[in-house]
Design a binder for this molecule. Structure first.
Ligand code: ADP
Length: 753
């Protein structure tokens, strides 16, 4: 089928005006893999698995499927691999709203049914979100006619893969006519994925721009066509020399490294290279962007990023606030930022092509192995795939760096010549099945053990395994666990029924083991639990991503554990039980971070104290809010006391304040710092704010008239107008003493809504 040429105008069934729209975007002739997808019936409702290199136009394949489906009166769902990509995809698809296609993105809480999405033609969501919508009985899910799974090779991910796998199985069970489109990086066994999804396979290595791969050793860049290129380097390190070499040719580079810290350090060093290649206009523009970056958050990370950006370099990792991320990506696409050093998240889904890609680190710390482990071929190839901007660069170049002759050979064998590893289902692990079996029973997909097993047979796992009986054995263990914790009842004839508690747990979207831990902890409490006690309780569930203990932490947190022992819910494991104790201390570290945040400690001090980025604080805070909300509902379900204490702890973490500020901090635009400033001048509640002397309010808010007016309006003051009001100088002085001089009102954490 290779060589078929298809014009966008040849495709029938698109909504009126869309073909023209694509043509205006420069898309006239389809890329060969897109042509193959059309041949396979992508625009006629056929299921397709497209295994195609990064940046080779997979999005258009998805769009053709979704738009034709919608034009036939259907409804489409686009499943994104990362929450951070949801709004990006939504913005992309919103271009079609002018042709009458409504787009909605489903983010937010995991316990709603998202009924408002019923009117949308295209819905964008993560697989976790779709899973939770199904659990909560969202009716519109039954109306879906087309589902797209982006980056479907991630079913191989042991943490998140099983959710994607089970979600696709459920959607396909709900509608056996469902058009399923799966987009994948090039993998070895795409045929197995196609078999599983009853789809036609489009398997292609075609790329819109040539890619040269190579390995740098000393001054010689060895390329895969057998040629060599000299990279001159005086005292420069390899990466800097490669970046400079690209710059002399007016190209930009992406440098992949293995940790956030390394990304930051590399950007700092590479900024010394790029700054000599900026013209005055670029320098001015970069200075402006640097100022925006500083405005978005008041942390060290933010300052470091701004410093680098002002000189034409940047770093990018999952710890960045989302404002920072988009500022950096845009500046790179505009060719103002000349180099980005990044962790692999940037290779995963963000469209940031670059002349040269440098994979500096090909090993990374792996917690499961307890040491450095080589990256997967698939991952390195995805990084490679970001090389070359079609229409702008003559070709893309992807480079690894070797430190010895042996390593040169090794890197060629391991990554340049190698095929990516096959995708393997990770479903048969207990933690995954625990969650999904309960949800499958609770949401009515199976009401007996036989039905459960036959449902599980619709998964990729079942099509891949030869090991007879393994699924039954694990399933049986899991059922026993769920029964023991009163989430599920097994009847003598093999019937299965979720209990009220089980239904609740499934809807709350928590791991049953998290729910069991929370229930156990709450039952063990005799007195009203403290915030720290509750934070620790949720921090030790499997749903909270752990903070690692650094050297010295063990002593520090052991001491803290004994000091505050009465506050913990449930008993502390013995110090001699190494693993359990270490986990418990990691949870304490997380709990302590949350307590610091809820005690108004500056974001900056927190990032320093715990060695995390502002995005991490946000992540922990959100997870804690969600789990405390679950704890409160579980307490309600079981008629346990302490609902009020849990609610207070949750609110404190949500706003990042001590309890006396809870009332004020909830007013829109106030936030933790402004609430403290108001409080310090005697305005202690919303009622006070409605009555207070306006010049005092304005003084406490440091003369920011617009902000003050909108706050007064939000609190429901009758006359919020501040015209002619002068700020009270004493109030300003007092407020500033209380909170320092920076003005990060609601802005703290950069991307807090
Ligand atoms: P992928 O999802 O495979 O990583 P994208 O879908 O983001 O890649 O496509 C990469 C770029 O190629 C986009 O900028 C897109 O507009 C462009 N593109 C896709 N298909 C075509 C086409 N047929 N003709 C011209 N440009 C295209």
């Amino acid at each position: 089928m290779v060589g078929v040429s298809v014009e966008i105008a040849d495709i029938d069934g698109l909504p009126e005006g869309v073909a023209e729209h694509f043509r205006e975007q420069g898309i006239e002739e389809l890329y060969p893999p897109q042509g193959e997808a059309v041949e396979a019936g992508i625009s006629e409702g056929e299921s397709v698995v497209a295994s195609v290199p990064t940046a080779s136009g997979k999005t258009l394949i998805a769009e053709l499927a979704m738009l034709t489906s919608v034009a036939r009166g259907g409804k489409a769902l686009y499943i994104v691999p990362l929450r951070a990509l949801a709004s990006e995809k939504k913005a992309e698809f919103e271009e079609f709203e002018q042709y009458g296609v409504d787009v909605g993105v489903s983010t937010g809480n995991y316990d709603s049914d998202g009924d408002w999405l019923a009117s949308k033609d295209i819905v964008v969501a993560t697989s976790e979100k779709v899973d939770s919508l199904v659990r909560n009985g969202a009716q519109w899910v039954d109306d879906l006619t087309c589902v797209v799974a982006d980056e479907v090779h991630l079913v191989d991910d042991s943490h998140r893969g099983p959710t994607l796998e089970v979600t696709l199985a459920k959607l396909r069970k709900l509608n056996d006519q469902l058009q399923t489109v799966a987009l994948s990086a090039t993998v070895g066994n795409a045929d197995e994925i196609a078999d599983w999804l009853d789809a036609t396979l489009v398997d292609s290595t075609w790329r819109p721009i040539d890619l040269q791969k190579g390995v740098l050793y000393g001054q010689a860049l060895h390329l895969d066509d057998g040629s060599k290129k000299q990279i001159s380097r005086g005292n420069e390190k390899a990466t800097a020399a490669l970046v400079e070499d690209t710059l002399t040719d007016e190209g930009s580079s992406l440098v992949f490294v293995n940790s956030r810290r390394n990304a930051e350090a590399a950007a700092k060093r590479l900024a010394d290279v790029t700054r000599d290649y900026l013209d005055p206009e670029e320098r001015d523009r970069l200075r402006e962007i640097a100022a925006e970056i500083r405005d978005a958050s008041d942390t060290q990370t933010s300052d470091d990023l701004a410093d680098a950006v002002a000189k034409g370099a940047a770093f990018h990792h999952a710890g960045l606030a989302s404002d920072h991320r988009s500022l950096v990506e845009d500046a790179f696409r505009e060719r103002l930022v000349k180099v980005i050093s990044a962790t692999p998240t940037l290779a995963a889904g963000v469209n940031t092509p670059s002349r040269r890609v440098i994979v500096r680190d090909w090993r990374r710390y792996d917690g499961d192995v307890g040491g450095m482990a080589p990256l997967d071929v698939l991952e390195v190839h995805q990084m490679f795939g970001r090389a070359g901007r079609p229409g702008l660069d003559p070709y893309g170049e992807a480079v690894l760096i070797a430190n010895s002759h042996d390593e040169l050979d090794e890197l060629f064998d391991r990554y340049v010549w190698a095929d990516p590893e096959p995708v393997r289902s990770k479903l048969a692990a207990e933690p995954a099945l625990r969650t999904h079996i309960l949800a499958t029973v609770a949401s009515g997909f199976a009401d007996s053990e036989d039905e459960l097993v036959s449902f599980l047979e619709r998964t990729l796992y079942a099509t891949q395994t030869d090991e007879t009986g393994r699924l039954e054995t694990v399933t049986d263990n899991v059922l026993e666990y769920l029964e023991r914790n009163e989430f599920l009842e097994r009847e003598a004839d093999g019937g299965l029924r979720a209990t009220g508690l089980g239904h609740r747990v499934s809807q709350l979207y928590v791991d049953p083991m998290s729910a069991a831990e929370i229930i156990h902890g709450l039952r063990a409490a005799d007195d009203r639990p403290t915030a720290l006690g509750l934070y620790h309780l949720v921090a030790r569930t499997p749903d909270m991503y752990e903070l690692y203990l650094r050297s010295g932490d063990r002593e520090e947190y052991t001491e803290l554990a004994y000091e505050r022992e009465p506050e913990f819910l449930g008993s502390m494991p013995s110090e001699f039980d190494d693993n359990a104790f270490e986990d418990w201390l990691s949870a304490l570290k997380t709990a302590r971070l949350l307590e610091d945040w809820a005690s108004e400690l500056d974001e900056d001090d927190i990032t320093e104290r715990y060695g995390v980025g502002p995005g991490d604080i946000r992540g922990k805070v959100e997870t804690a809010e969600w789990l405390l909300n679950a704890a409160e509902r579980l307490a309600g379900e079981l008629d346990l006391e302490f609902g009020a204490a849990i609610r207070e702890a949750r609110k404190r973490v949500e706003y990042g304040v001590r309890d006396e500020l809870l009332d004020l901090a909830g007013v829109r635009n106030v936030g933790r710092k402004r609430a403290r400033r108001l409080y310090e001048v005697g305005i202690e509640s919303r009622a006070d704010l409605r009555e207070a002397d306006k010049s005092v309010v304005l003084g406490a808010l440091r003369g920011r008239r617009k902000t003050a007016e909108s706050i007064l309006e939000n609190v429901g003051r009758k006359d919020p107008d501040l015209e002619g009001v002068e700020a009270d100088g004493d109030a300003t002085a007092e407020a500033t003493t209380a909170t320092g001089s920076d003005d990060g009102g609601q802005q703290s954490l950069g991307d807090f809504e």
